[in-house]
Design a protein around this ligand. Structure first.
Ligand SMILES: *Cc1c(COP(=O)(O)O)cnc(C)c1O
Length: 410
């Protein structure tokens, strides 16, 4: 993979024009779209319109006239198209953490005879914390079974109410086989819940075809909805009538504006809503999704795999002997849209990279993580990022004291 080879890939990249739809700072190669996606121009314009017209001028009338009240469903359906859900199976709401709590609790209630939640011990901590909190709330009834990915088959037995897994591991980028594990959970009578935080918008997903029961995911990663964007949740249609949310708020009521004293769940996925949607964040996400929907997801995936393969090849060549080891699957089919390397000095090296315009991130204890968003990255960026890494390693600039201090957010 040479500089000329990368330029040739850019020249015939069918997604190249989409980069123009994002605001990207000059002099930055942004390899952290898996943590906070870049800002689509349309999202900024939409927020401005919402402020200048809908909120300031139309005021409360905008709940109806601008469709604010339907945003959880309209935005949810757009996400649904990116994850292979049917219309009416996805809503945008709350945070990923809160949505996980709602769906795990609802899943346990659907399997009252079963006592176990199976999860991956290497999963994103919030997923484990939420399951822990739910188990504590439910007293002795629910037990958390934390297993490694290779122990899943044995761990899913007749006691399991729900299997809760991240589709793509946040640290390594390793991707589970959604169809196989979902079928396995079903054979053992368990429900299957997927966290799509690191796959939605980056990897083609077929939730309906895989017969997935439940799913959640983030709006601010590959969906580019902005900091703290609403998350989403998906529930298979066949479960809608039976699923009960533990946060039975008025937005999930059958008739919120009847102001009845007793809760009665709304039909369909709407029952999983809790309270008033965050409109400003929701409109940003709504506009951002149009950019993702304009791209063919199989082209996004193909570009992501080529970029990640090129990155691995170039890093291993450029900084051979400098202590980096690949922490992601080498086989692109088993990897999400990120590449991680282990290094004993991962923190200062990443700080030096960021200071030199290559933004990735660090995940404790020793991971340098690089996310690849095909909507706004060029193949040439991959080459340039590795060239800068090589310079820093050979020159030793990463050893400077300034790169040793830890910040709150890594
Ligand atoms: C990013 C991420 C989250 C984030 O949850 P929030 O509630 O949005 O903070 C949750 N789970 C996984 C797997 C993630 O990667």
């Amino acid at each position: 993979m040479s500089r000329a080879g990368l330029a040739a890939l850019d020249a015939r990249d069918p997604l190249a024009a989409l980069r123009e739809q994002f605001v990207l700072p000059a002099g930055v190669i942004y390899l952290d779209g898996n943590s906070l996606g870049a800002m689509p121009r349309a999202a900024a314009e939409r927020v401005r319109r919402t402020l200048d017209r809908e909120w300031s001028q139309d005021l409360i009338r905008s709940w109806n006239s601008a469709g604010w009240v339907d945003l959880p469903q309209t935005v949810g359906n757009k996400i649904g198209r990116l994850i292979g859900a049917r219309d009416g199976e996805t809503v945008a709401a709350d945070s990923t953490s809160v949505n996980l709590f709602k769906l795990l609790a609802a899943a346990c209630r659907l399997r009252p005879q079963r006592r176990v939640i199976v999860c991956d011990c290497d999963d994103f901590p919030t997923d484990l914390y939420i399951a822990e909190g739910l188990a504590a709330l439910l007293g002795d009834h629910i037990e958390l079974r934390r297993v490694r990915a290779d122990e899943l088959d044995a761990a899913i037995d007749d006691d399991v109410a729900v299997v809760s897994l991240s589709h793509v591991n946040y640290r390594s980028g390793a991707m589970h086989d959604m169809a196989r594990i979902t079928a396995l959970a079903h054979r053992r009578g368990a429900l299957m819940l997927w966290d799509l935080a690191h796959s939605a918008g980056a990897v083609p997903l077929q939730l309906a075809d895989c017969d997935v029961d439940l799913a959640i995911g983030c709006g601010y990663k590959y969906l580019n909805g902005g900091p703290g964007a609403p998350a989403f949740l998906y529930v298979a249609q066949r479960l809608h009538d039976r699923l009960a949310t533990p946060i039975s708020g008025w937005f999930g009521h059958a008739q919120p504006f009847a102001f009845e004293a007793r809760y009665q769940a709304a039909p369909g996925i709407t029952r999983m809503l809790a309270g008033t949607p965050a409109v400003l964040s929701m409109v940003a996400l709504d506009a951002a999704l149009d950019v993702s929907l304009a791209a063919a997801l199989d082209q996004v995936r193909a570009k992501s795999m080529t970029m990640c393969d090129a990155f691995i090849e170039l890093v291993e060549r450029e900084v051979d002997g400098h202590g980096f080891t690949l922490a992601s699957p080498r086989d692109g089919a088993r990897r999400g849209s990120q590449v991680s390397f282990r290094h004993e000095q991962a923190w200062p090296i990443m700080q030096a990279l960021i200071a030199h315009g290559v933004i990735g991130d660090f995940r404790a204890p020793d991971i340098l993580r690089f996310g690849f968003t095909p909507l706004y990255l060029r193949y040439a960026d991959v080459g340039e990022a590795v060239r800068i890494l090589g310079e820093l390693m050979r020159g030793g600039q990463w050893r400077a004291d300034a790169y040793r201090t830890r910040s709150t957010v890594t």
